[in-house]
Ligand binder design. Sequence first.
Ligand SMILES: Nc1ncnc2c1ncn2[C@@H]1O[C@H](COP(=O)(O)OP(=O)(O)OP(=O)(O)O)[C@@H](O)[C@H]1O
Ligand SMILES: [Mg+2]
Length: 560
Amino acid sequence: MSPKIAVLADRVADQIAAGEVVERPASVVKELVENALDAGASEVRVELEGGGRTLIRVSDDGSGMDRDDARLALTRHATSKITDASDLIGVATFGFRGEALPSIAAVSRFELETSADGRTGTRLRVSGGKVEGIEDAVRRQGTTVAVRALFFNLPARRKFLRAPATETRAAVEALTVLALARPDVAFTLSSDARALLDVPRVDRRIDRVHGLWGRELADTLLPVELREAALEVTGFAQRPSQAKPAGRKGYVFVRGRPIKDPFILRAAEAGYRSTVAPGDRPSLLLFVDLPGDAVDVNVHPAKLEARFRDKFFVEQMVQEAVRRALVPLEAAAPIGGSGGDMGPWQGIGGALGGGVPLELFPGNGGAAGATRGPELLQVFDSYILFQTDGGVAIVDQHSAHERVLYEGVLHQLQGDGAPAQRLLLPLTLDFTPPELEAIDEHRELLRRVGFELEALSGRSVIVSTAPNPHPRFEAARCLQELVADLAGGRFGGWANRLERFAATYACRAAIKAGHHLDPDEMRELVVRLLTATLPAHDVHGRPTIVQLPRAELERRFGRS
Ligand SMILES: Nc1ncnc2c1ncn2[C@@H]1O[C@H](COP(=O)(O)OP(=O)(O)OP(=O)(O)O)[C@@H](O)[C@H]1O
Ligand SMILES: [Mg+2]
């Protein structure tokens, strides 16, 4: 007997469709809060019981609905947000399908209370998709939706809900994402009467980040801001030195909508090139804004993806935006408690931006008679201190020289190479077989940085030329360490071969801690650091320079 085809009853079809929209309590929170935001709410309250299994209640002070609209809102494909397909281009509301409320109401005991004028109101009860009652209600303007017994009529689905704590965590995360998107709206979330999230409306996005995650994270973020053609990338990128291998926060918003886009995050990470250690993942919060017709948001059932007309351009711009965020010395880590204010570097930042650090340190190159910029002081034969407009800068001489060498060497590796010095007495050095292999493999790169090598016999190699990155450079030791690193796969996480080699060389050839520097050497190093492309970070993700803001000094001495 052939199977009989029958059209599903509407209610069953609704329950199946609901599966696309309502996966777990967190998706209910997402849909209801998005509706509240679309309705112009300035305050949204979320209450959970039993991890959302028992109750999810979302209240807002938005526009509310009159009775006819409330009734219609429960009808599939009823929406006030678009009228035809062309409205989808550039749609600015979170919702546009007219699916969320009917889907949620199909799989729960659902109650909607709403008033459009703050005088007359409607209470509407639905159970498993069936309207059970409509009555008058007294309430202020706005809407409250209560969702009880989620999936009570889909036992298989209900069984798959996780422990209440897990579901609660997912719901908090869903609300957090929307709270990041809308700092101008206040949000609270409580779970079994315990407040888990409570953020007031704020003017600046960084204050919202602070409200959600605390100062500790907020203070590690650098502002991102790039405008190019009609594209705008803003937000925050974490200071490279604070990146960790796990637990980073990565969020992308496109036209104000949270989007899961690993490619954009990867592009942003590419912007960190040579400032974070391989494996470390910086936190990123990026807001990509572009004209509505340059992106399609209607490509995913939960609207979590977007399709760009020119994805490559968007990724390029995101990468560039992050790279630029790391350039100014404001990116240098502050020490002391007064982080968060990001502008104590006017003197140096300006010098950098205008490319005039030689004005700051006119002694370099013999600008005769002019002031030589701030006094430099070396301490512990390792750090260089000097005064800036905003406070005191402290440079780590090894990290700084590493950054300077890295950028210079990368340039040389891409070109003909550096001028090398012929050694009066060629060196003879012994290496292990894997090291000899590494030498063979990198012979041309070694030549370009200045090492000319020739196999002698057995394990010996003759070195006839060497670079001279600084007066205390020890060619033999540097080469031995460099070759050992190459053979041992150090910097293995670096994808680009030239960058990997440059980083290894820079690390081994740079001035070490413990070397005494004379004033001219210090000055030259600082000037070269301030003219580097990414001056504030070395190639291991450590800072090259930290700032002690003057305000922090004043705070400590009770002057402010
Ligand atoms: N909190 C609310 N305040 C005011 N109106 C609301 C609220 N929630 C829903 N509505 C109205 O009900 C309609 C249906 O909501 P629903 O979430 O089902 O669809 P949508 O938001 O239009 O699209 P989507 O399915 O993509 O979310 C909305 O278009 C809106 O007019
Ligand atoms: Mg909606």
